[in-house]
Design a protein around this ligand. Structure first.
Ligand SMILES: Cc1ncc(COP(=O)(O)O)c(C=O)c1O
Length: 430
């Protein structure tokens, strides 16, 4: 059988094995468009409905048990039901939820984040990474009184700031200057043309949703100089890369952005986002000032996210734990790539530390355009094959490790991957 027919059979088998998830989508479609409220989760013929998680495991509506290799797209860093975080949430609940006021936990969480990310000298909280990115860019425009934003092809800064596949019709309508990723000369030329009107250069230190393409250190350092040279703010979107070290990718590279955006696991698994940076820029929001910028948000300081985030950072996410997690990710990625090579399959995982993405192609991957030849059917087939072997990852190829995803879990995933490749090698080699 060729790849298309094999995939068709795999889809049919998936459908057969997951009737409860299929029913769930049909019911959901009566109240949500396509039964979906989070586009990234959808795939044909229907996505799984998960009903329970524990540690690094998930169970779906049809009773299958999985190793969770997706880790909530990096937000699930702590795994499911971490005991420390659970207790912090229970304690916070006991003090009441909606205090309509400042609370103590927000200060403690901000202090803990600032200790790890000194560039975030002042910060504000939001409910998501999307909101935090939106606010960071609006802040940069207000601060510089300039209209344009430099972004990178393939970048994702949230549902309204999405630059994959030519951008999105629902992006906020800023005046964007779109540059290719990892191409400093191109960025230089664009800064030459637009420099005096650029409010910000916003960049993910590794393209996350764009396929886990690491930013080359010289490129990111060069952007920092370009921003300084033209008076634009350098905004690092570290929503995904913050987990690469205790101080994020910026600490690893020794780059101090003017503004940083974070989110995901910083809320301990609950809704969270934050943006922060230079005192002079963030002080625009100081409500004691005349003409302060206003940024409200009913749930910005909700006590559950504050409590869960704080407990996670203070009691769970030590330097050692994070280093071990990322080393485990590096090892797993190398081993997965070795298996692909052994079986002669033209595919590879790219990424850094505990965050990686499968691509259906060999050869260098430096920017979004390099992925044009990636074989998405190959990825889809491996996705279904891994599900059947009890491993849950994203169909687009994303794998992110959580703290409970230990060495044994890595071995288990590798075994499943190897078995799938062995079974499919002929069809995958085409
Ligand atoms: C780099 C990056 N920025 C921003 C976001 C948006 O965060 P959220 O999904 O919390 O809105 C994401 C989400 O995946 C992301 O990966």
């Amino acid at each position: 059988m060729n790849l298309i027919d094999t995939l068709e059979a795999a889809r049919a088998r998936y459908r057969e094995r997951n009737p409860a998830s299929e029913r769930q989508l049909a019911e959901a479609a009566t109240v949500m468009p396509g039964g979906n409220t989070r586009s990234v989760l959808f795939h044909a013929p229907f996505p799984l409905t998960m009903v329970r998680g524990e540690g690094a495991r998930l169970w779906d509506a049809d009773g299958h048990r999985y190793l969770d290799a997706l880790g909530e797209f990096t937000a699930g860093l702590y795994g499911h039901s971490n005991a420390v975080i659970r207790q912090a949430i229970i304690d916070a609940l006991a003090d009441g939820l909606s205090l309509s006021s400042h609370n103590r936990r927000e200060v403690a969480l901000a202090a803990e984040i600032q200790r790890r990310f000194p560039s975030m000298a002042l910060m504000r909280f939001t409910n998501s990474g999307t909101e935090a990115s939106l606010l960071a860019l609006a802040t940069a425009k207000a601060f510089t009184a300039r209209p344009k934003i430099m972004v990178f092809d393939g970048a994702y800064h949230g549902g309204l700031l999405s630059f994959g596949r030519g951008g999105s019709p629902i992006n906020v309508p800023h005046a964007y200057v779109v540059a290719p990723y990892n191409d400093l000369a191109a960025a230089q030329a664009l800064v030459h043309a637009h420099g005096p009107t650029l409010a910000a250069i916003v960049v993910e230190p590794m393209l996350g949703a764009g396929g886990c393409i690491p930013g080359e250190p010289a490129f990111l350092r060069g952007l920092s100089e370009l921003a300084r040279g033209c008076g634009a703010l350098l905004v690092f979107d570290e929503v995904q890369t913050s987990r690469l070290s205790i101080g994020g990718r910026q600490a690893q590279l020794g780059i101090t952005p003017d503004l940083t955006v974070i989110g995901k696991y910083f809320g301990g698994g609950l809704s969270f986002g934050a943006f922060g940076g230079r005192v002079d820029c963030m002080a625009q929001f100081d409500p004691r000032r005349a003409n302060a910028l206003s940024h409200a948000g009913t749930f910005n300081n909700n006590v559950l996210s504050m409590a869960a985030g704080l407990a996670g950072l203070q009691q769970v996410l030590t330097q050692e734990a994070l280093t071990a997690l990322n080393q485990r990710g590096d090892r797993l990625r190398e081993r997965l790539n070795a298996v692909l090579q052994t079986h002669g399959v033209a595919a590879q995982f790219t990424g850094l530390g505990s965050v990686m993405n499968l691509h259906g192609m060999s050869g260098p991957v430096h920017c979004a355009a390099d992925l044009a030849t990636s074989n998405t059917l190959l990825k889809e087939l491996l996705f279904f094959d891994l599900l059947e072997r009890g491993v849950y990852m994203a169909q687009r190829g994303l794998v992110t490790l959580s703290l409970p995803f230990d060495d044994a879990a890595c071995d288990e995933m590798l075994g499943a991957f190897e078995d799938a490749l062995r079974t499919r090698a002929a069809v995958l080699r085409g």
